[in-house]
Design a protein around this ligand. Structure first.
Ligand code: MN
Ligand code: MN
Length: 366
């Protein structure tokens, strides 16, 4: 039976527990509400000079349009940021810039000694010259971390497993409560459509979809499919471009176990044009291969009509590795019924090249 003292003690205990629960809840709520997006960056010293936001080389629409939209957000938040590009944009990006009346950013020739925010890449191999000695303050990306980037201080590094870097920037506009104007909506929309093949690629997530539905409205795009097709047609026209320029228009380099390899992706309007490009670029690679300095080269071409694709393989072991990764080999190339993103291609290819490299090393040692 409880006596009076016990009751008082119990009462006090319950009161204290209650107070603790109430306090924690209120504190929790306040904390959550008070966290705001610009506060994430308070630990970064942007200095008094300009911070350049730049993507990979050669640039694609994500790299260029995301740099532009992110620089705009930074300026809205009082940070002196400007978008830069590694080289002139491709025809698809140029179309998006024209369409939304956005000026082409200046080219950043050398990043050495500059304050830099990287978008859409995380390695020096794909970066502007001089990046090794740049002051990297932030990285926004959606790629696997193949990077070799080291920094002296902690940085804001936001990498999300989603379809496009622009989706992260869209999220940050919302987090920062900054309204998105038509031209910036158009930039982010174009980037996401390009990277996700109009939400069709296997890298697309619900977040990318949400971003696109929100941005198309803000950008005033009523018929997204025809806008995307217009972008693609500009790109696939490869107007006034040499074989070399086409080959390198969307090209990335990788390295595993001492084997360097490059992967070019090219898009054709029709299956017929795809076959022409396979032949044309294939001839060019064969003639110029020895000067390319890569151990292996892969050339993926898909067409916009059937979405079928081929991957042509060049260099010792390239076809063997690709056959292990994808099967379905015809002559010197892999035939895919349905196009794969380069990310997926690399994810399947890289372990096979790694294995192949190890066998070569063992054979040499034996
Ligand atoms: Mn990119
Ligand atoms: Mn991207």
């Amino acid at each position: 039976m409880l006596n009076k003292n016990h009751s008082v003690l119990l009462g006090c205990t319950l009161y204290l527990i209650g107070l603790l629960i109430f306090h924690t809840t209120v504190e929790g709520a306040v904390r959550q509400r008070d966290i705001n997006y610009p506060a994430y960056m308070q630990g970064i010293d942007y200095g008094t000079g300009v911070t350049y936001i730049v993507g990979h080389n050669p640039p694609d629409s994500d790299t260029v349009c995301t740099a532009i939209a992110y620089a705009n957000l930074k300026r809205e938040l009082g940070i002196n940021a400007e978008a830069r590009i590694a080289a002139h944009p491709n025809a698809e990006t140029a179309y998006a810039l024209r369409y939304f009346g956005v000026r082409e950013p200046l080219v950043l020739e050398n990043a050495s000694g500059q304050n830099i925010i990287l978008v859409d890449h995380n390695s020096f191999a794909q970066a502007v010259k001089g990046m090794e000695s740049a002051n990297i303050l932030e990285v926004l990306d959606h790629h696997n971390m193949i990077g070799d980037i080291k920094t002296a201080t902690p940085i804001y590094y936001r990498n999300m497993p989603i379809g496009c870097t622009a989706t992260i920037v869209w999220l940050e506009y919302i987090e920062a409560n900054v309204p998105i104007k038509r031209d910036m909506a158009g930039m982010m929309l174009s980037a996401i459509l390009s990277d996700t093949d109009n939400l069709q690629s296997n890298t697309t997530t619900d977040l990318d979809r949400q971003a696109v539905y929100n941005l198309e409205e803000k950008a005033g795009i009523k018929d997204r499919n025809s806008y995307f097709l217009a972008m693609e047609e500009e790109f696939a026209a490869y107007k006034d471009m040499s074989d070399k320029d086409i080959f390198y228009s969307d090209y990335k380099e990788f390295m595993i176990n001492g084997i360097s390899y490059g992967c070019a992706t090219v898009v054709a309007l029709t299956p017929e044009k795809r076959h022409n490009l396979e032949k044309r670029l294939g001839d060019w690679v064969l003639k110029n291969y020895s000067t390319q300095k890569m151990d292996m080269l892969f050339l993926k071409i898909h067409d916009l009509e059937t979405y079928a694709a081929t991957i042509s393989c060049y260099g010792d072991g390239a076809l063997e590795c690709a056959t292990e990764a994808f099967g379905n080999v015809e002559e010197n190339k892999i035939v895919l019924e349905s196009n794969l993103s380069r990310k997926k291609v690399i994810r399947l290819l890289q372990p096979q090249i790694g294995k192949w490299a190890n066998i070569q090393t063992r054979n040499k040692a034996a």
